[in-house]
Design a protein around this ligand. Structure first.
Ligand code: DX5
Ligand code: ZN
Length: 228
């Protein structure tokens, strides 16, 4: 099975919120593969960020896939609004509703790519009967809610186990890929560990946006370069 390239998904949570459109254009031009958008509700996680209106406002600023990470409960009533706002990938936490499989179907029915997110404590078995239906699995390497936290190293083992399960599922579905994304505490050191364990998409907020717009391209190149 051909390996997917390492991709970088800057989290705009670390961008300057007063200049979000400009920031999205800057990371796009600097080589971002996905635009990672963290949606928090102050209920499922202890922070409030952005809603579908902001996603819609940002859509004209980049043609790159919008990787929308929903940290909200309930999730189902809001999926359509994010789909219509221009999300390409819509990821959610299985703890956010009683019927995760139905949420996956809902996202798919709207023509979007479903992703399932595992919190640091969430056992990998939760993906067993979802994996064939999703396009992305996101491993949280911090507890969701804030940027700038430290990478939880126990998640490396989870990434490695998921790598094997994803490879088997991808083979069973005729090679249609499933991204293995890692989110939280990715820096120039932990990027190498996550890639080594089998991740192929790295979310990076602090690490991408450090040093101002002139550094974005070099930051992302350096993260991607931690492979091998
Ligand atoms: C945390 C968010 C992450 C976060 C990453 O709840 O899902 O995307 O912004 O930020 P850094 O890269 O700074 O850990
Ligand atoms: Zn995120």
């Amino acid at each position: 099975m051909p390996k997917q390239p390492i991709r970088i998904a800057p989290s705009i949570l670390s961008a300057d919120f007063a200049r979000l459109g400009e920031e999205v254009r800057a990371i796009d031009a600097a080589g971002a593969d996905y635009i990672h958008i963290d949606v928090m509700d102050g209920h499922f996680v202890p922070n409030i960020t952005i809603g579908p209106g902001v996603v819609k406002a940002l859509r004209p600023h980049s043609a790159k896939p919008f990787d929308v990470h929903l940290m909200i409960a309930p999730v189902d009533p809001y999926v359509q609004a994010f789909a219509e706002a221009g999300a390409d990938i819509i990821s959610f936490h299985p703890e956010a509703g009683p019927h995760p499989h139905r949420t996956v179907q809902l996202i798919r029915s709207l023509g979007k790519k479903p992703g399932i997110v595992l919190n640091p404590h969430t056992p990998i078995e939760i993906v067993d009967y979802l994996l064939m239906e999703v396009d992305l699995v996101l491993v949280m390497s911090v507890n969701p809610g804030f940027g700038g936290q430290s990478f939880i190293t126990s998640q490396l083992e989870k990434i490695a186990s998921l790598r094997a399960r994803i490879d088997a599922a991808v083979a069973r579905r005729g090679g249609r890929p499933i991204d293995l994304e890692v989110d939280g505490g990715i820096n120039f050191e932990t990027a190498g560990h996550a890639i080594g364990a089998g991740a192929d998409v790295l979310v990076a907020g602090t690490a991408t946006f450090q040093g101002g717009a002139d550094a974005y391209a070099a930051n992302m190149r350096r993260l991607r370069g931690q492979a091998g």
